[in-house]
Design a protein around this ligand. Structure first.
Ligand code: GSH
Length: 239
């Protein structure tokens, strides 16, 4: 006969410690609906499925809210976009997009392979460093206030720099099947190109010499991450 098992000491029920979930800090984007640099960041956030709080900064009303002391305290450059992530603050849209890449690596806006990454950065900078800064609001305003340029002269200036930049970009884009600028996935190049095309249309630039740029734009605008973040779809567009 087998011995009956000795009574087991009563085990106290294990107390489940409450799970301490770190509250992910909110992403806050200071931007303006019609700012191309802000749209870049909105596209990046949407591609990565990241939620954020939008903080509109009206660039025109009352001389521009970007010049207010409370905004300058956040961003001494007095430009949008500005991203806040908890206590962390970051300006410059390309740096912001790369930061978002590190928070949410898929899709990678900058590829991992060194040459592909360098190529993407170079093409994106052709837009972000060589076209947009010459046509930024404060530059166009200076042409008027400092040199007396009229509306048509300013538009002519805009189109001059845009054409120079787009000619080079159309020629420089890698010969890939697409549908995006650098192949089958969106990158920082598409993120910069689509808002710049929107601006070009505002200034009635002739886009017929750029079939490749137009095809990339058309494809991107069929994707929700690009279409839903477009200027006119922003709540502050009505303000
Ligand atoms: N290189 C900056 C450019 C930022 C920039 O120029 N933002 C424009 C709107 S697209 C702006 O805030 N302009 C205000 C002004 O000119 O006063 C970036 O990529 O974030």
């Amino acid at each position: 006969m087998t011995e009956p098992a000795p009574p087991q000491p009563q085990q106290a029920p294990v107390q489940q410690a409450p799970v301490q979930r770190a509250q992910a800090p909110t992403l806050r984007l200071y931007g303006y609906w019609r700012s191309s640099s802000s749209w870049r960041v909105r596209i990046a956030l949407a591609l990565k499925g990241l939620d954020y709080e939008a903080r509109p900064v009206h660039l025109v009303r009352e001389g521009g809210e970007q010049h207010r002391p409370e905004y300058r305290a956040r961003n001494p450059q007095a430009l949008v976009p500005l991203l806040e992530h908890g206590e962390f603050r970051l300006q410059q849209s390309l740096a912001i997009c790369e930061y978002l890449d590190s928070l949410a690596p898929t899709p990678a806006l900058v590829p991992h392979a060194p040459q592909a990454a360098a190529q993407v950065r170079a093409l994106a900078q052709q837009i972000a460093c060589e076209i947009q800064p010459l046509n930024n609001l404060r530059v166009l305003q200076q042409l008027g206030s400092r040199f007396g340029a009229g509306r048509e002269q300013i538009a002519d200036w805009y189109r001059y720099w845009l054409t120079l930049g787009f000619d080079a970009l159309e020629a420089a884009l890698p010969a890939v099947d697409g549908p995006y600028a650098c192949g089958s996935d969106p990158t920082l190049v598409d993120v910069c190109l689509v808002p710049q095309m929107y601006n070009a249309r505002r200034y009635e630039a002739d886009l017929s010499p750029y079939p490749r740029l137009r095809a990339i734009e058309a494809h991107c605008l069929r994707q929700p991450a690009f279409a839903d973040t477009a200027p006119e779809a922003q709540p502050d567009a009505a303000a």
